[in-house]
Design a protein around this ligand. Sequence first.
Ligand code: SAH
Length: 452
Amino acid sequence: MIEIKKNDIYTLEITDVSSDGNGVGNIGGMAIFVPGTVDGDTISARIVKVQKRYAYARAEEIITRSPKRQTPPCTVFGKCGGCSFMHIKYDHQLEIKRKIINNAVKRIGGISHEVDEMIGAENPYRYRNKMIFPVGKEQGKIVCGFYRERSHDIIPLTDCLLGNEFNSALIEAVKEYMEKFRIEPYDENAHSGTVRRIFTRVGVNSGEVMAVVSANADSLPHENKLCDMIKKALPNIKSIILNINKSKTNLVLGDANRTLFGCDKISDSLLGAEYEISPHSFYQINHTQTEKLYGKALEYAEIGKGDRVMDIYCGIGTISLSAAGLAAKVVGVEIVPAAVRDAKKNAVANGIENAEFYCADAEELVPKLIDRGEKPNMVILDPPRKGSDEKTLGAIVSANPERIVYVSCNPATLARDLAFLENKGYKLQKLCGVDMFPNTSHVECVSKLVCE
Ligand code: SAH
């Protein structure tokens, strides 16, 4: 084997893209990961870090451009930690994601079923309905943008191409207000200064916009002037909120909010149900693709009037409420109390009477519910990145549901859990990838298992 050392330079062909978004080449049997490259590139690679079986390199020069490459449309591509796939043509991004899912299901799950369908986005830009911009100071000027990868240096950028166009005008207004009234940004080292972040949300169907200024203070000087300046920039703004965040941590939002102008919530509709969104509410950030994802989950679920559905890891009840209209009964389980409160409120607001929500750790509660005789014949689960666990999955299996629909944001943990369910007599029947986060390496999956 060739001995590879830091700072060595090689000509390297990139032949693949890894599940975390790095181009992959090979030197003498050793995998070399290179950010910002794609299969088909030939590059001059400088080795930056060597591990036992693989190494990381930086592309010093792209000698031959892959036909799958595009010029990233963002001015801070490669500097901000955000879009690791933006240099790849969108069709190929989808193919890479398909491969990532197939590889995980095969290698981790030992299952030969491949992705049946990849659902891409019509517009891979401007899809985020929520953005968070940290505020700081550079050379005496207020700056606002994104953190450099693995750091808290701010790269100035007010118009991220993943977010809505209105963000730029809004941020310029807050910056102007801060300059005019000499309001200092928060300094996390000294725990001094005031404005920490600007946080924005938009209801994609309602068009309602919320601006949240998070500050290390109970109030801001000249709050009415801040509102006037924001309203001038965005005349239709629905809600301006001060979030009080005096903590010494990196928490994005503190617990307390005070409405400075307009409503304390915005509303939006998702799959026909209405939702109220406050600064703290969990709400999927890609509205269009979420509707496709949950639409696919409901299609796979084939819920009929007699079905008793359990929706585990239900969040604010987005899937439960859509399922409730079709089923006899839906039981939702979720660990975050605020999300369960929202789910219950959302059920009432949408006139849904056959959905019950429980706040608990799925691992503890699902076995108890099933022991107590709650026997779902259809189960939906949508766990966080770490996936589900054997207690929850074991309890699901013991209830013997006819169908299980597993929604996942992590193909690796999905594959592990699918293997568990296949070992207990279920069979993976359908598998779909949904691109909720174009230009990043993340991908969501919906899978359907049936009892054999
Ligand atoms: N389907 C939901 C959210 C899915 S995200 C929606 O679309 O709104 C995963 C959810 O699982 C989160 O809401 C998270 O709070 C919840 N969660 C994480 N660990 C959990 C656990 N151990 N038990 C129950 N819920 C959990």
